[in-house]
Design a binder for this molecule. Structure first.
Ligand code: PMP
Ligand code: GLN
Length: 417
């Protein structure tokens, strides 16, 4: 038996070449760094407070009553599929048949993987908005597709300062990226990591292009209830999109239970059938009792959703102004958990080096946006901070970051937690 050294007999690498470029995810690396150094973790996007008590109790009840403790039905429990269809109708006026047009998944992560594995043929091109969420690249690769990044760049905002600038989609660049091999556009709005929310005009243009070139659209809308300015508009509501759009949602962000891993797909029946074909061989099913709890959560009154959004908006403003005071250029996000900053005003230009040094310098962990880029140079000076944390934690982080302007070599006022 050969020793397991990362290479198998015959000197073939163990990890296949589709995945060779993907190491450990940045989220795992940075959360481990936070734990090791006792730093405040503003890296990985998870809330440090659980969601509503009644939703947690609903999960406990389901567990106790023996609902979902054995394999739930492959497409998801009927109660949850009905609640997802009800949510799409209530919020967006969209009608989906819970039996044929809704599929429950193990978080949005599995929905993304299943959609790409189902819909992409080896050699197909998939357009993704760069910077893009890290699992997109890996799933496109696992499906044998070729990713084609279209870069979002800060536009010239009205005030001239970073805070007023929207990360905009260059519609000419998007149009030029489409070839005869393009199968689908993988969209994400509200967008991780920039926090940008695509405008109606941008969404309309993407939809028109998809119709014109007969493309599918897979749209990751897990932050749909975290839009701070204006409203969320699903791209499926644009003309010609109902039959070609796979919409992905998740309970993780909307109800602050990221560990439950309940996500879903809504799409026309033939698309759901295709995605389910892949999904059934990934997890088959997951999260039984949590599915019942999320069904109840989706029926919470609007005041819950408004409260979540208002709370996160206040946290965005708290961390955003703290980062600005600490010397960062801050791109105020219109949605999500995340604020992107430019570190150049601090005399820095390499986000990786900056993030690796930050725990030592001031006891805070953040994510270098460069990991979300194929064009690493474009992303080099940008760093993402998560604000889905308790107010006192954000205040402490802001206090620690204040000392940064002193420079890397000098004491930045690190405190013990
Ligand atoms: N898409 C985006 C844009 C995300 O930020 C995340 C991480 N929360 C996911 C998908 C994964 O969602 P889930 O935890 O439901 O798998
Ligand atoms: N979506 C989370 C983020 O962007 C991380 C999820 C994960 O760790 N895979 O921070």
């Amino acid at each position: 038996m050969a020793r397991m050294t990362g290479r198998a007999p015959g000197h073939r690498p163990l990890l296949n070449r589709r995945l060779a470029e993907f190491g450990t995810t940045i989220f795992a690396e940075m959360s481990a760094l936070a734990a090791r150094t006792g730093s405040i973790n503003l890296g990985q996007g998870f809330p440090d407070t659980d969601g509503p008590e009644e939703v947690r109790e609903a999960a406990v009840r389901a567990l106790r009553d023996g609902r979902g403790n054995q394999y739930p039905p492959g497409p998801g429990v009927p109660e949850l599929r009905a609640a997802i269809a009800g949510h799409q109708r209530e919020w967006y006026g969209l009608a989906y048949d819970p039996d044929t047009e809704v599929l429950v998944t193990a978080g949005a992560t599995e929905a993304i993987a299943a959609a790409l594995l189902a819909l992409v043929e080896p050699g197909d091109e998939v357009i993704a908005l760069e910077p893009y969420y890290d699992s997109y690249a890996a799933c496109i690769a696992m499906a044998g597709g070729t990713r084609v990044p279209v870069t979002l760049r800060p536009d010239e905002g009205p005030g001239g300062g970073a805070a007023d600038r929207h990360y905009a989609l260059d519609l000419d660049e998007l149009r030029d990226a489409v070839t005869d091999r393009t199968r689908l556009i993988l969209l994400n709005s509200p967008h991780n990591p920039t926090g940008t929310v695509l405008t109606r005009e941008e969404l309309a243009a993407v939809a028109a292009l998809a119709v014109e070139r007969d493309l599918l659209v897979v749209t990751d809308e897990v932050y749909e209830h975290l839009v701070f300015e204006g409203e969320h508009t699903p791209i499926v509501t644009f003309p010609g999109m109902r039959e070609r759009t796979v919409t992905i949602g998740s309970a993780g962000k909307t109800f602050s239970f990221t560990g439950w891993k309940v996500g879903w797909v809504t799409a026309a029946a033939p698309l759901v059938t295709a995605v389910r074909s892949a999904k059934q061989f990934l997890t088959y099913v997951a999260s039984g009792p949590f599915q019942y709890a999320v069904a109840e959560a989706l029926a919470l009154p609007r005041s819950y959703f408004d409260g979540l959004r208002d709370d996160l908006r206040a946290k965005r403003d708290l961390l955003g102004s703290g980062l600005a005071a600490a010397g960062f250029d801050v791109y105020r996000p219109a949605g999500t958990y995340f604020v992107t900053t430019d570190i150049r005003p601090l005399g820095e230009k390499d986000g990786f080096a900056f993030c690796r040094a930050l725990p030592e310098r001031c006891g805070v962990v953040a994510i270098p946006n460069a990991v979300f880029y194929d064009h690493r140079d474009e992303g080099a000076p940008f760093v993402r901070f998560a604000f889905c944390k308790r107010t006192d934690v954000l205040e402490e982080a802001v206090a620690r970051l204040k000392g940064l302007a002193a420079g890397p070599g000098e004491s930045a006022g690190r405190r013990s937690q």
